[in-house]
Design a binder for this molecule. Sequence first.
Ligand code: SF4
Length: 299
Amino acid sequence: MSIENRINELKKNKKAVILAHNYQILDVQKIADFVGDSLELARKSTGVDAEIIVFAGVYFMAETAKILNPEKKVLIPEIEARCPMADMVTANDIKRLREKYPEAGFVAYVNTNADVKAEVDVICTSANAAKIVNAMPNKEIVFVPDMNLGNWVKKNSDKKVILYNGYCYVHRDFEPEKVRGLKERYPDAVLLVHPEARPEVVDMADAVVSTSGMLRYVKDSDAKRFIVVTEEGLLDRLRMLHPDREIISPGTKGICKDMKKITLQSVLHSLEEERYEIKIPDKTLNRAKASIERMLEIS
Ligand code: SF4
């Protein structure tokens, strides 16, 4: 029996669903019940009729699914698949910053671990970050952990936004010179940039959009050619969905090594052995849930 058939059989027998992030390898995207960005998957996870959720993404995403579905068993196929940016800020960092900025509101990007989500006021995603910051009652906002996304928010807000020095190495490494060169070479191409990219790249964009925003943009656009500045898994998905469009990588291929740790084999093992189960202490889970629910209310 093929590995795909074995996975499908286990899914049925165990009443499991597979949620996969847009940056997963195509084989994993194809076996998934739902593919999307972190907010879409978080929302999806609350509506699924399943006892087990296998989350093909990085650790904080599986944690977010667990926070929203405490009664379900949430598994991540590879325990070492973590987001380095999420690990750049800790709950103690937030407590320290709260002492330094007692009047500030605290907004955390969804790319944070559960104990950080528990310490801030509200969560945001790349798609709704400016909206969430602008909806806060505080004049001053501490934004963690991504400095580039924070910079983008700053440009789209009247608030005083205090930045933290976290970053996504995948998006930071797209070089402005290479993107500029591609723009000159393909003047008809639409340049789509993820807000985790450097400000010099963001400033060149025709549209600054989240991964799901990129998918929508390409689907709805009449353009034939796109330069897409984000992780390669999303570009693979765009090429699969729109074989008639030319999807150009931004000079260098952006690969998130952690996202690629998950394979069909590890998804199979995850279902067979029901590993690795996400566990979060109740107090942390409830406080983190309140921060996520505040975001869902606003967005
Ligand atoms: S692409 Fe960047 S932000 Fe996303 S999981 Fe990988 S390191 Fe983290």
